[in-house]
Design a protein around this ligand. Structure first.
Ligand code: HEC
Length: 209
């Protein structure tokens, strides 16, 4: 008898678990397909990460900010991000690729081996310092940051020049408010690195044909 009861109890527990799993399924599926901004309201805090900064770190890694904003060092498989200089932008002392801008416009684009300085039809652009130093995002507000990465406004201010290639802000305009906040919180928490990135040299707009 004792044994039977245990079996019943176990099978009740098992079917409860199945019921719970079934109940949860539609919600989970809904979350994964609905990428609208309102979907974030139903998500757990920090999208399941232990803190806002951890979520931000995850977003920075998967969206490739380090590819352009972190200088590289040579590793066994070629250049790799030098994490001691994480997100500090184009190194102040490094020259841009020795290529004439007109030539670059005709032939394609040229880039330093560490992917921090780019020459193209638009001129020369340098990946900026994203660390919380005064030479980076130290004095930036979250609103400025959001305008810069989602609307492509230089310094995140109105009436400034557009943020130029290859900064992929046209893709980043799809970041949700919460994602932008998480990235900014993370960038404010990383080590500050002093590095004055050179000013971009912008080409005049192409002539109208
Ligand atoms: C393919 C290279 C590339 C990637 C990837 C990239 N950036 Fe950039 N980013 C640049 C370059 C180059 C500039 C400078 C553009 C200019 O001078 O107009 C820039 C500019 C910026 C600016 C504007 C700075 C200002 O003063 O207005 C911010 C903010 C920024 N990047 C943040 C990010 C973040 C955050 C990520 C990842 C989510 C990222 N970038 C990914 C290359 C890149």
């Amino acid at each position: 008898m004792q044994k039977r009861l245990t079996i019943i109890a176990t099978s009740v527990a098992a079917s409860m678990a199945v019921l719970i799993a079934c109940n949860q399924q539609p919600a989970a599926a809904g979350n994964s397909v609905d990428t609208s901004k309102t979907a974030t309201a139903a998500m757990p805090a920090f999208n399941g990460f232990e803190s806002q900064e951890k979520w931000g770190e995850h977003l920075v890694i998967i969206t490739g900010c380090n590819d352009c904003h972190t200088p590289k060092k040579m590793g066994p498989n070629g250049p790799e991000p030098d994490m001691s200089l994480m997100l500090s932008g184009h190194p102040a002392q490094m020259p841009p690729p020795p290529i004439d801008q007109k030539e670059a416009a005709k032939k394609g684009i040229a880039v330093t081996q560490d992917l921090t300085a780019w020459v193209g039809a638009w001129g020369i652009t340098y990946a900026v310092n994203l660390t919380p130093d005064s030479t980076g995002l130290g004095a930036w507000t979250e609103e400025q940051f959001s305008k810069a990465i989602r609307e492509g406004k230089w310094m995140g201010l109105e009436n400034t020049r557009p943020v130029m290639p290859p900064m992929p802000w046209q893709d980043f305009k799809n970041f949700t408010d919460d994602e932008v906040k998480a990235i900014f919180a993370y960038l404010k928490s990383i080590p500050a690195i002093h590095n004055i990135v050179p000013q971009a040299v912008l080409a005049p707009p192409p002539p109208v044909k």
